[in-house]
Design a protein around this ligand. Structure first.
Ligand code: EZ4
Ligand code: CO
Length: 360
């Protein structure tokens, strides 16, 4: 589909309007309002003489071009390295480094806790919704806070100062506990400490912020700009992790990222495997276009998922690249989808060692 004509229509049905009508070779047309009150003809000339010649022959564009075009060559991604023991973690980090990753999230088992968030037997294909009924996990803030700094000390020792390291607290601490964790991780220069506390109480982040320079990322469960507005305006976070599918689609997410840009906050969209390749494709078009892109989470989907959602984005040397085909560049193979019927799967519940239910 190509643009074959673009006409500027100036009319005055009671008042002046300048309208641009774009016509394609497939008969699809589109209109846009270009009225500038009192300067209508200047805009008409601008469009006719300077813009329309640039449009002829174009169309069928990938979404990122509609968002203003590329700001960068590729989308820097991070992967999930995890292990029960520190040695296992080091092996997993090395695997990501060998694949070209420049940023790695590090999660480690905690001695004394039978299962910990972020640690999986499946390694790269980690899926926390792992059973038809919720499994139970155990939590101890004391054991966790005592163990994590040592893990990062080992990772830094092994991989040096420039590999970008991240860690997900998964909303398990109070603000003052998170402040302590952030302080204890400062020597290891994390790119971010994720979801240190549940973010419903936005002002609670002031407490964390006033104690530590470890950068903070939050927002994977936010559903609108209002969930992040105070955090962004008061510069209480460094990365906002909102996603296309949870936070209102591409247009609303763009609005959140634009507000963030004004306040030195960068994007760090959630990209767990429970977000389909459709969401990932949309995220990549935004990521490549916005000025304040930070990092994109990239948990690889399984072969079956990739089969159901054929897509044109691809990984290369630490970057994801959005498809160059029109739109998002992702499809759904309905026949393949029908071969995989719904199967109930729940996320775990989490309890303190005395049985108290605790955020997962
Ligand atoms: O636990 O998407 O940063 N990533 C995460 C994920 C979530 C899953 C489940 O909702 O926190 O692993
Ligand atoms: Co997270």
């Amino acid at each position: 589909m190509r643009i074959v004509d673009a006409r500027v229509i100036v009319t005055c049905p009671g008042r002046n309007f300048v309208t641009l009508k774009v016509v394609t070779d497939e008969g699809v047309t589109g209109v846009g309002d270009a009225t500038l009150n009192g300067r209508e003809l200047a805009v008409a000339s601008y469009l006719r003489d300077h813009v329309v010649p640039l449009l002829i022959g174009r169309a069928g564009l990938p979404v990122y071009q509609l968002l203003g075009g590329r700001s960068r060559e590729g989308v820097t991604v991070y992967g999930h390295a995890n292990g029960e023991t520190v040695d296992e973690v080091l092996t997993e980090v090395a695997r990501f480094v060998d694949l070209g990753y420049r940023a790695v999230r590090v999660q480690c088992g905690v001695p004394g806790l039978p299962r910990t968030y972020g640690v999986s037997a499946d390694k790269m294909f980690y899926e926390p919704a792992d059973a038809a009924l919720p499994t139970e996990t155990t939590w101890s803030t004391e054991a966790y806070l005592a163990h994590v700094p040592g893990v990062f000390a080992r990772v830094r020792e092994e991989f040096g100062p420039t590999l970008r390291l991240l860690h997900d607290v998964h909303h398990r601490l109070t603000p003052i506990e998170a402040a302590r964790l952030g302080k204890s991780l400062e020597p290891y220069a994390l790119t971010w400490m994720e979801d240190p506390v549940p973010a419903d109480l936005q002002e609670g982040f002031r407490l964390i912020r006033s104690h530590t320079t470890t950068p903070i990322a939050v927002g994977e469960v936010f559903s609108s700009i209002w969930d992040a507005a105070q955090l962004i305006r008061e510069q209480l976070i460094d990365y906002v992790r909102t996603t296309v599918v949870h936070a209102g689609g591409i247009t609303h997410l763009r609005r959140i990222f634009d507000l963030a840009a004004l306040h030195h906050v960068r994007s760090g969209s959630h990209g767990a495997t429970d977000l389909s390749p459709v969401c990932m494709a949309a995220a990549l078009h935004l990521d490549i276009a916005i000025p304040n892109f930070g990092l994109q989470e990239y948990m690889r989907h399984t072969e079956q998922t990739d089969e159901v959602f054929p897509h044109g984005y691809h990984y290369d040397g630490g970057y994801l690249h959005p498809a160059e085909t029109p739109g998002l560049g992702v499809d759904i193979d309905e026949q393949a989808a029908a071969r995989y019927p719904y199967a109930p799967a729940y996320l775990p519940v989490n309890r303190l060692t005395d049985g108290t239910v605790h955020p997962w």
